[in-house]
Design a protein around this ligand. Structure first.
Ligand code: CA
Length: 448
């Protein structure tokens, strides 16, 4: 996703098992079924298997949903949020570890982005959660306590990578392709080892983020595929049970996914999952999403999934930094109302579209825990964004990304798309991950 408001213009019972299942040197390699599924074996999950009660939203049942279907939430900014004073609550109104709350409501995986070095020479963070390998390990450890596996999202950059930019990390800047490829391998390996050592359970690893034909400063398929292959090789060595995923955006651009998959095949990239972003307001129809993913799955015998999606539960901003989605935003397709029910419908429908795709294995909600840091003014919030990296970018990012983050740095542009409200209380839409398995409520009456 494009991260800044302005950049859119460019458009423990199981602990011992958990630790051994995906750790370095694991000899199991694959699951009991003989095929990697992103769940790292038959581990006990703390997620409920029965239907959650007391939810008043209408959620249409998703038919033919596999038992093991990845229900992910990206929570990359949680630590920066908590450092900024944010507290998270459960449905009973008690303060509770946000990872426990996610697990209790049907979430199976936590996604974390990893940047190489999101800090300036004085150690000031660029923002966006200051997501480095240490943060990923810390999140992985906390998530594993509640049976949650990790989706590790390597950007191979020092800051945001997306279709608009794929900047090379500053310490790799003047390297040729071979040297850069070695760095990708080493960084992937070192980071995954760090996560394993901390007790995180890696279910899936992305070698690149929204790489529409560019990655880490490379703009041709030979270079892109070589870097992806180096990342993949490291994953196979350190986390042999984990799925390797590639990740692209803009499924609505006709023919692009078929071309990307063809290039990956011709360059012999070793991967399991072809992943896509799907933001309902930008990325075309659900039918098209299912179709383009199924085409790749059928042609190359790959698994497919939605690695990023989200929708607004309110049109209102809550942190004095304008949002990408609002009533006044232009260029959006408003398929659902900006309400909790609208958000629930959007998420339910994306799960349905992914489940309908050939070999569809899951959906991950993007930054479901990124809410306002809670100050009463922009100035109060800005102090926290700058100090803890809880905004999308800090002023310090200018040293690395002067033309975008360096100009437009600020707070959160997606606080109205989180699965928690401005006070850290979970929204009823969080329970969609559970309720899609059963169906819930009655359809609202059509407006006359
Ligand atoms: Ca905002």
């Amino acid at each position: 996703m494009k991260k800044g408001l302005f950049s859119i213009t460019v458009l423990t019972v199981a602990m011992s098992l958990l630790l051994s299942a995906c750790g370095e040197g694991s000899e199991k390699g694959q699951n009991v079924s003989g095929e990697r599924d992103g769940f790292c074996g038959d581990l006990e999950s703390f997620a409920p298997t029965g239907k959650l009660e007391g939810n008043e939203l209408f959620v249409e049942k998703v038919e033919n949903l596999p038992e093991k279907f990845i229900m992910g939430v990206d929570a990359s900014s949680v630590i920066a949020e908590e450092d900024s004073g944010v507290k998270y609550y459960n449905f009973d109104g008690a303060e509770q570890d946000v990872f426990k709350t996610l697990a209790e409501n049907g979430v199976t995986h936590i996604r974390v982005r990893v940047w190489v070095c999101p800090y300036d020479e004085n150690g000031n963070g660029y923002g966006g959660g200051n997501c480095d390998a240490e943060k990923a390990a810390e999140i992985g450890k906390r998530a594993a306590k509640y049976g949650l596996r990790l989706i590790v999202d390597f950007h191979y950059s020092d800051f945001w990578a997306d279709p608009g930019k794929q900047m090379v990390p500053k310490s790799w800047k003047n390297m040729g392709l071979d040297a850069k490829s070695d760095e990708v391998y080493k960084f992937t390996k070192d980071t995954l080892k760090k996560i394993n050592k901390a007790g995180g359970v890696v279910g899936l690893v992305q070698v690149g983020n929204e790489t529409n034909g560019t990655l880490c400063g490379e703009t041709g398929w030979d270079g892109v595929c070589e870097l992806m292959s180096s990342g993949s090789r490291a994953v196979r060595e350190v986390c042999p049970e984990a799925l390797v995923a590639v990740h692209f955006a803009n499924p609505e651009h006709s023919g692009t996914y078929a071309e990307y998959a063809k290039q990956l095949s011709e360059h012999d990239v070793d991967y399991d999952v072809f992943g896509s972003s799907y933001y309902p307001f930008w990325h075309g129809t659900l039918e098209n999403l299912t179709s383009v993913l199924s085409n790749v799955a059928n042609t190359y015998n790959k698994k497919v999934m939605v690695l990023e999606t989200s929708y607004a539960y309110t049109p209102d901003d809550t942190d004095f930094n304008g949002n990408t989605v609002s009533d006044s935003a232009t260029g959006l397709t408003k398929n659902y109302p900006f309400s909790v029910q609208g958000q629930a419908d959007a998420l339910r429908d994306v799960i349905d579209a992914a489940a309908k795709a050939t070999n569809g294995i899951g959906v991950c909600y993007w930054e479901g825990t990124w809410i306002t840091v809670g100050g009463a003014s922009r100035e109060e919030n800005k102090a926290l964004w700058e100090k803890y990296g809880s905004g999308w970018a800090s002023s310090y990012s200018a040293a690395y990304d002067p033309n975008d983050a360096g100009k437009y740095y600020g707070g959160c542009a997606v606080d109205n798309q989180a699965l928690f409200d401005r006070d850290g209380v979970p929204l009823p839409s969080l329970q969609v991950f559970n309720l899609v398995r059963y169906g819930n409520g009655t359809p609202p009456e059509a407006e006359e």
